[in-house]
Design a protein around this ligand. Sequence first.
Ligand SMILES: [Zn+2]
Length: 258
Amino acid sequence: MWIDTHCHIDKLKESPENVINLAKKKGVLCLLTIGTELKDWNQVLSLSKKHSPYVYGTLGMHPHKAQSFDDSCDTFLRKHLPSQRIVGVGEIGLDYFYENSSSDIQKEVFEKQLNLAEEFHLPVEIHTRSAESDTLYFLKKYQSKVQGLLHCFTGSYDLAKQALDCGFNISFSGILTFKKAESLRKTCKKIPLDRIHIETDSPFLCPEPHRGKENNPSYIPFIAQLVAKLHKIDLETLSQQLKENTYKLFPKIKKEDF
Ligand SMILES: [Zn+2]
């Protein structure tokens, strides 16, 4: 019923086998496990191959790790992005909240990876935090060249609107269920249904009513139920729409497998 468009099953305490079995029981059709740095990319590759077709992967350097992007990363990505199991570039982007890497390095590495996405015709999973104007600069620069989603969206409606105008979709995580996220829920209501994705970002950001626990993809129905409620539609209609959105954005995901 649901596709978890962003999680990190290599970072959960539970084994990938248990995580997958539990997710299947809760109606998760397939999931995208997301790479964040060179040292986890092999794990993403092997999980996506071992658990094919249930697990797909994306490869990318997270902005927190931007300073570690070097030629060996570029070589690795060029070798493995063409894999049938790797459906996107991510997560990539800008994070000036933590600024673990300088903003200049983050921008440089973000752009390198946007260029790779363009070259390999892959969508991107973008992480953005406290960096709205610089993120928008890149969305505008790469609109019509690269498609993708803004993962775990927590930004303003203005950012969402401009991202949509540039052709990028919006992905909501468990944050949507948090008590204080009223303005995010208002934003969600205004996003067209054919531009929305949902994700758990496991092991982080466990949705209510389990907030504080380790997150896993089996919790995605809590996010789906809330999106359905905000958009005043039934779960079946939402499920169909979200699947279509994901198949459209990630052409390497084989619709006929699910
Ligand atoms: Zn993530």
